[in-house]
Design a protein around this ligand. Sequence first.
Ligand SMILES: Cc1cc2nc3c(=O)[nH]c(=O)nc-3n(C[C@H](O)[C@H](O)[C@H](O)COP(=O)(O)OP(=O)(O)OC[C@H]3O[C@@H](n4cnc5c(N)ncnc54)[C@H](O)[C@@H]3O)c2cc1C
Ligand code: FES
Length: 274
Amino acid sequence: MVHNDYIPKLAHILEIKEEVGGARPIKTFRTQFQNKNDFSFRCGQCAMLSVFGKGESMISISSSPLVKDYLQFSILKMGRVTSALHEMQPGDIIGIRGPYGNGFPIKDWKGKNLIFIGGGIGLAPIWSVLNTALGKKEEYGDLTLIYGARTSKDLVFREELEEIKKKIAVHLSIDVEESDWNEFVGFVPQNVTDKKPSPNNAITITCGPPIMIKFVIKALEDLGFKDEQIYTTVENKMKCGIGKCGRCNIGSHYVCKDGPVYSWAELKKLPQEY
Ligand SMILES: Cc1cc2nc3c(=O)[nH]c(=O)nc-3n(C[C@H](O)[C@H](O)[C@H](O)COP(=O)(O)OP(=O)(O)OC[C@H]3O[C@@H](n4cnc5c(N)ncnc54)[C@H](O)[C@@H]3O)c2cc1C
Ligand code: FES
């Protein structure tokens, strides 16, 4: 058969978990390929998910490559495709093509302290690399998570966060005061400034809304982090995912192939089109 990069592999949905309800709902989907597959991926890579008859969307793989039983995606309902995904039930079939993108250079980070900084659904790409580092904890220094959302109900992976708190430092925040909230109140960049992570032998990984990323980077610079120590992801709109359509580019870079992971040192050299 002639190879065609655009043909997805079929997968069925094993499990769906409602992470966040309300006006901006988020669900986590665990999927499994129908045929035994050779899908191997790196933390920070994405996949193009298709709902037949609706279209495709690029979504970060939120499970760790150490997990072999399923492939996980955490999805905010936005428009046509993500709404159709939110309507689906366990047992339903979707298409998956990929993996795409460069992923985090996690092998280069061995022996370093890793500081994960996320906002809202931005915890999804972080979740894969955080759980990989947790699974190989002896290979890294201290692990810290600074994570926030608008309200306590908007935090994703809430049950898992309680478990992770037993293993590493976790600093949560919400934007506005709530009566039974005992942690930080304010925006994520303010929590970074408050917790003062040390730049000593450290790498930070920050994902979330562009405005959050902008101010987190400023907070990290004020704490003495160098551009090479700060990693983030760029989520430009994508169509083909394989460097053919020109939808996602920043200057000469195709984010779907050369990104979506960049160090701040790399991003600074590109035109400010993200
Ligand atoms: C590399 C990458 C990784 C991503 N990872 C995740 C993830 O893990 N979880 C998740 O929920 N979403 C993720 N997204 C965003 C996701 O791809 C879009 O939300 C989705 O494609 C929207 O498709 P739709 O058909 O539901 O919405 P559409 O009907 O196409 O659009 C609805 C609205 O969403 C806006 N929109 C569409 N794509 C984007 C985008 N990339 N950025 C900002 N706004 C957009 C449109 O402008 C429009 O206003 C990622 C995007 C990229 C590029
Ligand atoms: S999405 Fe087509 S070139 Fe990147």
